[in-house]
Design a protein around this ligand. Structure first.
Ligand SMILES: [Zn+2]
Length: 237
């Protein structure tokens, strides 16, 4: 991994400087993708919804003034790296209305959604309060994303539109709206068939939780497998 000079930001709350690591190039090893768009195995990029390592304030990095990227090392030697918010920070961000635009609210709610999904992603299950928070957030995020889809349909690249449609499908599945999911899957292009089958399989089982997306050739043994009509993996003969 090659590092470039870090960017210096100043916390809007305590004014202390903090660093954002920049990568010149990196290699991804053993990355895994999930139905909510989460990817693991990539280097830890500084999130846009970030946290001050000194005072704990949470803010959108894109709203902060950044110092020129080529500051001399003596200027940033003693600065801490910008921290990643945790679940409690995302809950607070959403409840206290940190987001000032629809895009910021989508970002805050997406962070909350994926962070809550980490509970089941890592084998746990939701308690009733968490389930309520998760569903409530999915509902609001879905409505924001449906509005967004209307806005970008005329102008955005096909890939961006399809990715957003898949996000909407996943949010509807999270909310147990399986019939709508199955209908929406039919509207995806043929190139998404392999993924659509996995979503359809989960709907058949009425499974609402996040799942790991399977790719052909991605198993460690090196054998090829495919995803059958039920979303199950089958080894190629
Ligand atoms: Zn601060």
């Amino acid at each position: 991994m090659l590092f470039a000079t870090p960017t210096i930001y100043y916390c809007p709350s305590c004014n202390k400087p903090m660093l954002k690591t920049n990568y010149r190039s990196y290699t991804v090893h053993g990355s895994a993708s999930y139905s909510d768009g989460e990817r693991t195995g990539c280097p830890g990029f500084t999130p846009n919804l970030a946290k001050c390592p000194n005072c704990g304030a949470v803010f959108f990095l894109h709203n902060l003034w950044a110092k020129k990227e080529d500051a001399p090392p003596e200027e940033y030697r003693y600065c801490k790296n910008i921290a990643n918010p945790v679940l409690a920070d995302y809950i607070k961000a959403v409840e206290q209305g940190l987001a000032k635009t629809a895009d910021e609210e989508i970002e805050a709610r997406t962070c909350l959604w994926r962070t809550l999904n980490n509970i089941t992603r890592n084998g746990g299950s939701f308690g009733s309060d968490t389930m309520k928070l998760w569903e409530d957030n999915c509902e609001k995020l879905l409505s924001l994303q449906e509005q967004k889809l209307k806005e970008i349909t005329r102008t955005a690249e096909l890939d961006a539109i399809n990715n957003l449609r898949i996000t909407i499908i996943e949010l509807k599945r999270s909310l147990g709206r399986f019939d709508e999911v199955l209908q929406a899957l039919k509207e995806l292009p043929e190139s998404c068939d392999w993924l659509a089958r996995q979503f359809a399989g989960k709907c058949k089982k009425q499974d609402r939780m996040v799942f790991k997306v399977r790719y052909k050739n991605d198993n460690p043994e090196g054998d090829n497998y495919f995803i059958d009509e039920d979303g199950e993996e089958r080894l190629l003969p």
